[in-house]
Design a protein around this ligand. Sequence first.
Ligand SMILES: Nc1ncnc2c1ncn2[C@@H]1O[C@H](COP(=O)(O)OP(=O)(O)O)[C@@H](O)[C@H]1O
Ligand SMILES: [Mg+2]
Length: 393
Amino acid sequence: MYCLPDPSIRHVVLVVDDTAANIAVLAEHLCANGLEIIVAQNGEESIERARFAKPDLILLDIMMPGIDGFETCRRLKTFQETRDIPVIFMTALADISDKVTAYEVGGVDYITKPFHVEEVLARVNAHLSLQTMQRMMVTQNRLLQQENAARSAAEEVLACRTEELARSNAELEQLAYVASHDLQEPLRMITSYLQLLEQRYKDRIDADANEFIAFAVDGAKRMQTLIDDLLAYSRLGSRARALQPTSCADIVSDALRYLGTAIEESGAKVVCGNLPTVMGDETQLTQLFQNLIANAIKFSEDGSQVIRIDAEDAGNAWCVSVRDNGIGIAPEYFERIFVMFQRLHSRAKYPGTGIGLALCKRIVDHHHGRIWVESEIGQGSVFKFTLPKVGRR
Ligand SMILES: Nc1ncnc2c1ncn2[C@@H]1O[C@H](COP(=O)(O)OP(=O)(O)O)[C@@H](O)[C@H]1O
Ligand SMILES: [Mg+2]
């Protein structure tokens, strides 16, 4: 069986022999085999033709007048356009040293005269197939290299963008921090003067004016809360501190102390299970519990709130839960509520800035944990988050 070259490609073979009869025999069989033939009758002529026509294969006689086949092959190997064309030598000599020289000068094969047509065709076809495969490999290699280059370029662009994004994020955070920090001072001034107005002129102005002042005071207070929340949020980015063993029980009692008034006014009952010591940032964890407990109080009916704080072993981490018996949350909002400024109710119904849970998420992220909510409308909510165990990062 021949190893047939790709039939969709028309291969060109250059036959070089000084004997016209030999060329005729070869040409007949090669043409019958679907190959295109060009011929040359001496070495120099064959080089010229090869450089011009760039055949896929050269059948090259060794003994020729002028430069012999070996020299012809050597020269063919010096030109860029003919260097890779496979050369099969043909000779009547059965001399072993000829075969060795044939390979030394760059030949790929060797056939002896008189020709056995079957053998010639088999060898020609085998080398043409090889040649085709080599070319395919070269093309594929080039494509791969192009793809690789494109991928590297894309990766570089991505790395640049990521860096830019991180920088612009940091700048934005800094801006938010500076803006909210600097807004505090004029706001404090507005609030104090409004309060002064209220105290001094309360009895001298009419009810409408009193009401207007009250609205303005309320607005200023809300703005103060917003600024405080924004500051707390942007401080998180600029002050990444190392995590240390921190007692959740201590943290929760601090948070409850800060929330004293709200707890008292609402009549909420807070029950605490056994809480572990975790790897954490004390200030941030206090903010985390404070926000979740404040929400549990706020989004429940006054007087009937029962809030449970528990922790369970979750393998690599502790899973802490803050459970309330409040209004609950519909599943479609489970993700959204953790996004900055996302609130599900009007300010008139439940006051707030929509920053609290975004802050909680950021804190838990800093602790390499996860935060989520489990809830049903009217059935209360459980906010759960994981915190690293002592000894872990
Ligand atoms: N315990 C809870 N029960 C019901 N809804 C809640 C609870 N906690 C948060 N939510 C919902 O998620 C929203 C976002 O919460 P948060 O970021 O703390 O903002 P804020 O408390 O300022 O409204 C709240 O406005 C509320 O709609
Ligand atoms: Mg809140």
